[in-house]
Each structure stands twice: as structure tokens, then as C-alpha cells.
Design a binder for this molecule. Sequence first.
Ligand code: ZN
Length: 285
Amino acid sequence: MLGIGFNEATAQECEGQSLITDLKLCDDVGFDFIEITYDCMWEYLQAGHTLDELAAWFTKHHLKPWVYNALRFFNMRDEEGRRELEREIDFIIKIADAIGMRIVVITPSNDVFDEDGNPYSIEEIRDEAVESMRFLADKIKPYGIKLALEPIGLPNCSINQYGTAYEIVEKVDRANVGLALDTFHFHAMDSHWEDLESADVSKLWVLHVNDSENLPIGQLKDCHRLWPGEGILDLKRTMEILKEKDFCGVCSIEVFRPEYYELSHEDNIRIAYDKTVSVLKKYFS
Ligand code: ZN
């Protein structure tokens, strides 16, 4: 494992949160990496800060940028949607290139239906996703940036199991296309352990770690996430598989729990760090 990261979503509604305060608090508490969210990045630039300023901050601190989170709804877009995607990926390239951020998490579209209102088959979704990802992969290639596809464990998400995402990434077959695995999403749509056990994890660049309340499959939403170690996820099994396979990505805490947003910003980040370390230290040095 490369190190421990903080996904800014974990504190996104804490009072006083911003990219600048996240950077300082994460660096102080000991995180190695930060996953910058679209909202925080946008607010940072709107407030008049520059990417050069951000790049300079990273050169002076231990904390480094890892992931941009996220290019959302990358697949099954109409023509206008594809133009929007292009504008967004151009914006992301500028950020990544300026601050040395190497990975862009991409997430799938929800509620995709054909013109008669029928759901697409997994094969149709897979084939279209392969094309869309190849287009994005070619666009970012000159900048040395990578795409990580994150399956989202919602019933209406077009790519909602780890095995489907893995197959798509294999078919895309580009050196700069890999995966993000989220322990909550893996459980939420009942992804198959065999798919992880048989996976080549050299293209798994991001692990989102968290935990979950015990609700029926299909009922879980982001607000049901818990700190790692406080719910029913079999994190031991995930970590043992990844350790055995020499996982070499970043393990980032990503929680979206309303009651954690009521904590002070400092407490949110300190607790996030402590909870992540207490789970990971059993498996990784
Ligand atoms: Zn995630």
C-alpha cells in the first residue's frame, strides 16, 4: 500500500470546510494523500485561488494529491452529455497537470433506459462503457493521468458490481485505465468475493474504506456509511485479500454520514485518521 488518504466527502458539510482547511488538517494529522472533490476544487478556484498556489502548497508539505473525485456519469450519455464530459475532462486535465494529481475516479450513470423505456442489458452497458472509457483514456494519455472506474452500489446505477467493472476495465485494455474499489459499494450491491479473490489488483489504484449499517441489499445509501471498524462489513476479508495480492494503491477513507458532519472539522478529520489507521495497521505496515 502506498499510503493513507482522506476523501474530502468525509467532511464535506462540516462547518468551515474548504480545500485549504482540509489540506492543513489532513497534513497535521498524518494523512499521506488527499482525494480532492469537485465541489471543493470549484470553490477554491471561485474564491480566487490558483492552481499554481495549490501546486506550491504540495511541494512544501508531506500531504500529496492522489485522486480527483470524480468525473461522474461517464457512460451512456447523449450528444450534449458527451460534450459536457469533454469540457469536464479538459478542466480535470488542467488541475491534474498543474498539481501532479495522477488519478481521476470515474463513476457510472444511473437510470439508463432505451428510447422505449426499457433497461439496457449488462452487455450493452459494458460495450458502451468500453468505448466511452477508451475515448477518455486517449484524451488524458498525453498528460500521464489514469482513470479509475468505481462501481457504485446503488440498484439504479448502470455499473453496480465489482465484477462488471473489472470486466469493463479488462476489455478497455489500456495501461492508464484501472479500478477504484469502495468497501461500502462492494457490499451494497452484493458484489462477489470470488471476483475480488481472482482479480489482478495491479490496476486497483484506489481503495475507499468505510463501514456500513446492517440494512437489506438494495436499501443502502451513502448516509448509512460508518467509520471503518464500526459496522458489519467484512473489512478483514477485503484487507487480507489485498495484502496477499500486494495491493499497491492508496487506501482512502470515504464516508458521507450526516452525524459525522456535525463534528467539528478538526474532530472529523482526526477521527477519520484514527479509525482508518486502526483497521489498516492490522494488515499493512
Ligand atoms: Zn467511493
